[in-house]
Design a protein around this ligand. Sequence first.
Ligand code: FUL
Length: 442
Amino acid sequence: MAKTPDYVKYAASIVPTERQIKWQETEFYAFIHYGINTYTNSEWGNGNEDPELFNPEKLDCRQWAKVCQLAGMKGVILTAKHHDGFCLWPTAYTDHCVRSSKWMDGKGDVVAECAKACKEFGMEFGVYLSPWDRNAECYGDSPAYNAFFIRQLTELLTKYGNVSEVWFDGACAEGPNGKVQVYDWKAIHAAIKELQPQAVTAIMGNDVRWVGNEGGLGRKTEWSVNAFGPVSEDGALEQREQLGLTEMSADMGSREVIAQAQQLYWYPSEVDVSIRPGWFYHAEQDFQVRSLNNLIDIYYQSVGRNSVLLLNIPPDRRGLLHENDVERLHEFRSALDEIFDRNLVEPLKKTWKAESGDSMVFDVNGEDMFGTFLISEDISKGQRVESFTVEALVDGEWELIAEGTTIGYRRLLRFEKTQAEQIRVTITSTRATANISAIGLY
Ligand code: FUL
């Protein structure tokens, strides 16, 4: 047998942090895009909107949290500030915030209400704080804006209890002074580490990578171990450039790519997608809520492809999740519960330690129909499997019914519904001993 190259051994040795494991286990959570854009019917505000326009009549964050919880989501990420700079909390650092609105006579705080509701419903709470700020005068005066941004971040991370995820979008532009803002990611991340060390940071963050599209499409081959490193890591940007990698690259973790890398990272993917065409609520999109089948496809393409699903549901002008979205989420939960209701194979009692070529056979009763295969690696020990097959024993013959490449935290494969007496799972290639922690057939 050929000797495993050192770079492959190195890749197999990379493991996630505790907080990355916890994040991956959340599987599915909500994005809530809400703010001044909701009231101006836009996606990107200019920053000169009148704060008085923000005036929900029935704002109810408990409804958001409850709906999300019933949909099986484990948390919520709220746009505390979008690119327009309007803050959903009464920040001390700008008047462009809820304090200047009519809502609750300027005494309200959406971030506080949302954090509280999440706590009540046992959900994680995360914040989106847009680095790009089209309202702040100091935007573009890099040191001044970095200080302002860290002050706002500090408010969010000290006044609202536990924050599970901090989401920084990658948009960047020129400020009123005509200069492009240069963010001090090192200082920004140091502040988070000090104030909420358990929080994962996403996109322009250290822990969670953007999947590279907003259409709900994860890669069939998705390496959490890859050569595309976070912005605040020394040398990561240079390596991206050298290897020609962007968030959109189809391949950032194959043997070909990692052979050329100096440094590898555990940097797993998050699939962010909206339930509607827009990120913010627009009444004219009330009948463009994604179909149930589309949402199920997205689930298989995200959670089923070693990613976490961040599904956006935008509250409407009342401050409520719209009935059409709520109903669809209900249907989505019921459909998932139905698919994954009963595992037709005996669950693994202990981790299956597999080398390349190892197989394991599982009894199936021969009567039930199944069309989904689930497999997981124990990611606390790394991500190692490069390919696997699933065969079914039908009338004494083994037939290939599905095959996949990477596994990671979870891989789901769908195929035409079939019956079998047994299934045989083969790990055809792994970078080191694979630690298979779950097998399922539905
Ligand atoms: C993008 C933003 O520009 C969109 O408005 C939205 O917030 C999305 C999640 O990220 O880059």
